[in-house]
Write a protein that binds this ligand. Structure first.
Ligand code: FMN
Length: 451
């Protein structure tokens, strides 16, 4: 008997880069049309994705450039993501639903209540992408003169997440009796009000939502700093990342899994799902044509501006797009936490190639090729334990996501590395992660053992 092959996890970003909307076949997340999201989530569910994912910033997304520059951006405004998950939970049945919510601009009780309610509405399919927020427009929207220091933000985030966990544990799973005969609605011995007095928060009382169906809705994170890694190692079930190369993917995965040990967690208790950008075709030429077609819609000046912004001001506005990238680019690359390569096919890239990359996929793992080539790359990353799956970052929506569902998913299924049917019903089931037990069950078990 052969051992079952490791299975890929797949999530779909329902967001694109800021200029993706310019392509004639593209629709944008900021069109405020629920049908757009509904169709996308249902398509991802038919393709048996683990989850759809909504990124977010909690103010107008101007990528720290001001409204003038944001005038061209197709994602300046978006639906509030937790509200969107409520609507999606009613039109999907199996797929996990992940939304980003900030620990810097929310209160723990609100988040515990909203995400707890969503987990009930969706019957256990919710994920919370924990971010600390780093936009200037976000700080301004919440009355701050400048962004809070990253160290402070993570300190607050760490306490925030713990308090949310405690609030979700307010009630044991079987606390509600709803027994008309005895007139007892709930069993007071199964309520565990929090009494939290921390550095950043104080909260007393129980959450006014029963224990979420997953016990703890799935926690995802995408930090890339030391503090971000530590919080993820301690609390995350899913980790998004942009490691750049297979070798760095392996190192990234090993790094997170090693850090988990000191928190008493096993290495398989996290799903590492780097961003993946795919343009697939019947042949590599066809895929390259598709990519070039969509990229032609972004004006040259936007490509140069995007390079300059991404590399933190390297004078790119003066570059010739069709010449090799000047060496000043390296100074910018050194400032970035993710690795940027300026090589392609053994030669120095042109500025246009870099501009296309940044305006299409921000440097996520990039596969532009025939279906088999795309599947080979994905399979290699999985086999080499550089990841547990991927988060598909679409070129444009909805067409690029449809292409993936129709072309690449069947090939992954044929290779036996992706499900044909959902086996469970919760997001944790899809990820193969157990629901944490209520802490009281440990106490009960200890009491019973002592009897
Ligand atoms: C794939 C990916 C998706 C992300 N999505 C968001 C997002 O929706 N909202 C946000 O504020 N930050 C987002 N981030 C940023 C990180 O979650 C994190 O907050 C940021 O990197 C700052 O933390 P750090 O200093 O630990 O890197 C994302 C990062 C990655 C790699």
């Amino acid at each position: 008997m052969t051992a079952a092959k490791r299975q890929l996890k797949l999530a779909l970003f329902m967001n694109t880069t800021e200029y993706a909307w310019l392509y004639e076949k593209a629709r944008s997340e900021s069109e405020f049309d629920f049908a757009f999201y509904r169709d996308l989530a249902q398509m991802a569910e038919r393709a048996r994705f683990d989850a759809v994912f909504l990124a977010d910033i909690v103010a107008v997304n101007d990528r720290n450039r001001g409204l003038e520059a944001a005038g061209h951006m197709g994602n300046a405004v978006v639906y509030e993501p937790l509200t969107m998950l409520g609507a999606l939970s009613a039109v999907t049945e199996k797929i996990g639903l992940v939304a980003t919510a900030s620990t810097t601009y929310h209160q723990p009780f609100h988040i515990a209540r909203m995400i707890g309610s969503l987990d009930h509405l969706s019957k256990g399919r919710i994920g919370w992408n924990v971010v600390t927020s780093q936009g200037e427009s976000e700080a301004a929207a919440f009355g701050l003169d400048a962004q809070l220091d990253p160290g402070f933000r993570y300190d607050r985030a760490s306490e925030f997440v713990d308090l949310v966990f405690d609030l979700w544990n307010s009630w044991e799973g079987d606390a509600f009796l709803r027994d008309k005969a005895s007139t007892r609605y709930f069993d007071p011995s199964k309520v565990h009000p929090v009494d939290h007095r921390g550095k950043h928060f104080k909260a007393r009382g129980a959450l006014n939502v029963p224990r979420p169906p997953q016990g703890r809705p799935v926690i995802s994170q995408a930090g890339s700093s030391e503090a971000g890694f530590e919080l993820a190692a301690r609390t995350a079930d899913v980790m998004f990342c942009a490691p750049g190369s297979l070798e760095r993917g392996k190192a990234f995965s090993a790094n997170i899994r090693e850090r988990m040990v000191k928190y008493g967690r096993g290495p398989d208790e996290v799903a590492i799902m780097p961003g993946l950008f795919v343009v697939a075709g019947g042949t590599e030429e066809e895929a390259r044509r598709k990519y070039a077609d969509a990229q032609a819609a972004t004006p040259d000046s936007f490509k140069l501006q995007s390079i300059d912004r991404y590399l933190g001001g390297v004078g790119a506005l003066e570059w010739d797009l069709d010449k090799p990238i000047p060496t000043t680019a390296e100074e910018g690359a050194a400032r970035l936490r993710r690795r940027v390569t300026f090589e392609i096919d053994g030669r120095r890239m042109t500025a246009r190639e870099l501009g296309d990359q940044i305006t299409s996929c921000y440097g996520h793992i990039t596969c532009i090729g025939a279906v088999e080539q795309v599947a080979d790359t994905m399979e290699t990353w999985l086999k080499e334990r550089a990841c547990d799956g991927f988060t598909l970052f679409p070129h444009y929506l909805p067409g690029n996501a449809h292409d993936f569902g129709q072309l690449v998913v069947p090939e992954l299924q044929r290779r036996g590395i992706f499900r044909k049917e959902y086996e469970g019903s919760t997001f944790r089931d899809h990820l193969g992660l157990a629901s944490p037990q209520h802490p009281a069950s440990d106490r009960n078990a200890a009491r019973l053992a002592g009897q």
